[in-house]
Structures are given as structure tokens and as C-alpha cells.
Design a protein around this ligand. Structure first.
Ligand code: SF4
Length: 437
């Protein structure tokens, strides 16, 4: 396949983005040159997503778009959507090969010697629980100073609306020593922030009787100039021991993303989420009262089947009691094969829209409240890139997840302390604090 051009398009979560890199490595090892997805290529790979119907539709659309660019290209659809809906994908005109989550990581071994189009797609989809390689020889940068590291895959929680356990398989984790040595390597390569990702990160290490508390403490003992961000922790994994480890850590960013999914206890019960909102509020409060600089974010699903006006309004009242600083809002998307779709009362689109608008307003208010609460404080930023809009400024991300324009003698990528400000004209910005020489 020497010098053949391959283009990859990855949809969905951070873990899938990381997988996209493993696909690229398999293709490069086989001699392909990776080109941007918008270019003409000999081979297109859609690393698909199926977490919502939008993920399905976008996966199909990107395959069709690529084939419009080059109808003769060999087309592979791989990943979560392929894992769950291979028959639907095989009906898309022009698809030559369908690979599951296991197979996509060794994509080159499934390609024919010569890339000629098939009349019918060839399908290789097997059990999604497999021994992960975790790709410790690849680097997934997010910007120039931050890198992602996948340390966990799979989930066996089977929340009633979620397709993920079916397509990602059972939980498996990267061993502690491997996590630690890879973090040190990434730091030595010049990454100042390493983002640990997984499908269900909060159960990292469960298969070998370890947990995130052990990992956080071990990360604290590493040497080097870097920090570590945990991408997301399910509320059921939050407990006092973990919060204490996070609060005492000098490495872990003050940013907790804990997807509660609903603020109504009756909806949570039907979602098969094993907690009530009153279990979670004291945990969020504990972080905030120990250090008000912690930025707490969550995900909410709007319009879960049977979500009544009372459920929604009670949820809003509960949210008012939480110190949540931002919300990622999703409308419920029925996934065939999940219990939530069976015989339930659908919420009308009008109601979903009006609930979404109410929550958007709460999200905007909460985000602004957090930024204002941090105004005039000194935060630690990782400089991500030069800001091309204004001379001598850079874009940085604070440990507590505030993106700001940095002013004042910040020339290099790296870690920089700066005092945060917010006003209606300049927006969110920070004045760098000169380093003592
Ligand atoms: S914890 Fe629930 S929502 Fe999250 S991936 Fe597992 S089944 Fe899906």
C-alpha cells in the first residue's frame, strides 16, 4: 500500500478520538499516507459513533460525503455504529468493509492487497470485549501542550438508555505502572497536561483490585512539571475517600465532570442509575466548600421516556441546591435494544424544547457565576496556542477549566500563572504573573 492516501474521520467521545489514532498507526505501518478527511483519498475510514441517533446519522452522512469526493475510494465503516448496526451499514451504497471495535485497531490486516471496491461489503465484527493494547506508542495531542491518554475501556453498568456496554464490551484498564510510566513519558515529550480518558473511568483498576484513589496518589508521587485532568467520573464512583485524594492532590486539576444525567430521583431510578440526587449533592458541596475553585460540570438527558412536568420541575429545584458550574445538555435519543425504549411514554418534542431552553439558561447563568467567582484570583494556565486575533496574547486553559486570553510576556508554550478577569468588553482574560528569575 505504499504511498496510498488514507483519510480517517472519527466521531463521538474522547475515547473514540484516541482510537482514531490507533487506526492511523495501523494504516501508516502498512505504508499509507494519512491525509485530511476533506481531501481526495484512496481509502476512507469512518470511525463511527452510535451513542445517539445523531451519531448514527453523522456516521452515515460522512461515509456518503467521502464517496462523493471519490466514488472509487475503498470505504471502511468501523467502530461503535458498526458494532451495533452492521446490517444497516451494509445497505449504504459504496461501503466495502465493516469492522467492529476490536477489528478496527488492526484495520490494515483486513484490507485487500489491492484496493478494489467490493460488490457487497465484507463484515468483521466480533465480541467487543478484548484485550486492549491501549496504544502506548501513539500520542493523541489536544492542542500543542495537552495530550490525551486512554487508560480504561468498556462498561458493565447497563444504564437503561445506554448502548455503550453493548458496543464497548466489559471494563478493562491499563495497569498502574503502565499509566504512570506513560504519563512521565508524555510529560518528558513536552506535554504539560495529560487528560486521562476512558469509557467508564471511575471504575479504573477494578479488575485488579485497585481504584482511582490508588492511581491519584501514585500520580502525585511522580516527578516533572505537568498536571493531570480526569475526563469524567460517574457519580456512583464518587465517595469521600476519592474526594479527599482529589482535594489533597497537587497534580490533579480542580475540575470534576460527573454526569448525573437527571436531577429527578424517579427518572434516575428508571434510568437504572444507582444513586439519588440527594446522595450526590453533599459530595459536590464537599469539594466546593473545601476549595471554591473546583469547577464542577455535569451531563443531563432531557426528555427521558416518562419524564413528567413534576419530574422536570423537581429536578430544577434540586439543581438549585447543587453547586454545579456547567451543564452538557442532551436530548434523549432512543437506542434500539435498550430497556428505556420499551413501552414508555414519549415526551413531546415541544416539551423537550422548552425544557432544554430552561436548562440552557441555567447553564449560562452557572458558567458566568463560576467565572465571576474566580475573577481576580491567580490561576495556573497551560498555554495552548498563540491568539492570532490580538498581538502578544495566547490562549490558555486553567487547571479549573477556564479558557482565557492571556496578556503579558507569555511567549512560550508551558505552564503560566495569571490573574483572571472578566468584563463585558474583553470577555474572559488573564494577566500573566512574571516568573521570579
Ligand atoms: S455508566 Fe451508564 S451511561 Fe455510562 S457508559 Fe456505562 S451504561 Fe452508559
Amino acid at each position: 500500500m505504499k504511498n496510498k492516501r488514507a483519510a480517517i474521520f472519527t466521531l463521538g467521545c474522547r475515547t473514540n478520538q484516541y482510537d482514531g489514532l490507533l487506526i492511523a498507526r495501523s494504516l501508516m505501518d502498512a505504508g499509507f499516507v494519512i491525509v485530511p478527511f476533506k481531501e481526495i483519498a484512496d481509502l476512507y475510514v469512518i470511525n463511527s459513533c452510535t451513542v445517539t441517533h445523531r451519531g448514527d446519522a453523522d456516521s452515515r452522512k460522512s461515509a456518503r460525503n467521502a464517496l462523493r469526493r471519490n466514488p472509487e475510494a475503498f470505504m471502511v465503516v468501523a467502530g461503535c455504529y458498526s458494532q451495533w448496526a452492521k446490517d444497516a451499514i451494509s445497505k449504504i451504497d459504496g461501503v466495502d468493509l465493516i469492522l467492529g471495535n476490536r477489528e478496527k485497531l488492526n484495520i490494515a490486516s483486513f484490507l485487500p492487497e489491492i484496493l478494489t471496491k467490493n460488490t457487497e461489503p465484507e463484515i468483521h465484527v466480533s465480541d467487543p470485549t478484548f484485550e486492549e493494547s491501549f496504544g502506548l506508542d501513539v500520542v493523541k495531542p489536544t492542542g500543542k501542550s495537552r495530550a490525551m491518554l486512554k487508560i480504561q475501556d468498556g462498561c458493565d453498568q447497563f444504564c437503561s438508555y445506554c448502548i455503550v456496554p453493548h458496543v464497548r464490551g466489559n471494563p478493562r484498564s491499563l495497569g498502574r505502572l503502565k499509566v504512570l510510566s506513560r504519563i512521565s513519558e508524555l510529560a518528558a515529550m513536552g506535554f504539560y497536561e495529560i487528560v486521562l480518558t476512558g469509557i467508564h473511568l471511575g471504575i479504573w483498576g477494578r479488575e485488579f483490585d485497585e481504584n482511582l484513589v490508588d492511581l491519584v496518589r501514585a500520580i502525585d508521587d511522580l516527578d516533572g512539571v505537568f498536571r493531570v485532568r480526569l475526563s469524567s467520573i460517574e457519580p456512583m464512583e464518587l465517595n469521600n475517600e476519592l474526594l479527599d485524594a482529589l482535594l489533597h492532590s497537587h497534580r490533579i486539576c480542580r475540575h470534576l465532570h460527573a454526569p448525573v444525567q437527571s436531577a429527578s430521583d424517579s427518572v434516575l431510578k428508571r434510568m437504572k442509575r444507582p444513586y439519588s440526587i440527594s446522595d450526590i449533592i453533599p459530595l459536590f458541596d464537599k469539594l466546593k466548600s473545601a476549595d471554591s475553585g473546583w469547577n464542577i460540570g455535569t451531563d443531563l438527558i432531557i426528555g427521558f421516556p416518562g419524564e413528567t412536568d413534576d419530574d422536570f420541575n423537581n429536578g430544577i429545584e434540586n439543581l438549585k441546591k447543587t453547586p454545579i458550574d456547567y451543564y452538557h445538555l442532551f436530548t434523549y435519543s432512543p437506542r434500539d435494544g435498550t430497556p428505556a425504549t420499551v413501552g414508555k411514554h414519549w415526551v413531546s418534542q415541544d416539551k423537550i424544547k422548552s425544557r432544554l431552553n430552561k436548562l440552557k439558561a441555567i447553564d449560562s447563568y452557572s458558567r458566568e457565576r463560576f467565572v465571576k467567582s474566580q475573577s481576580s484570583t491567580i490561576l495556573t494556565f497551560v498555554i495552548e496556542q498563540k491568539d492570532t486575533r490580538i498581538d502578544d496574547t495566547n490562549i490558555g486553559l486553567s487547571d479549573n477549566y477556564i479558557k482565557a486570553q492571556l496578556y503579558g510576556n507569555v511567549f512560550n508554550l508551558g505552564i503560566q500563572e495569571a490573574r483572571l478577569y472578566f468584563d463585558q468588553i474583553k470577555g474572559i482574560y488573564a494577566e500573566s504573573i512574571p516568573r521570579e528569575s
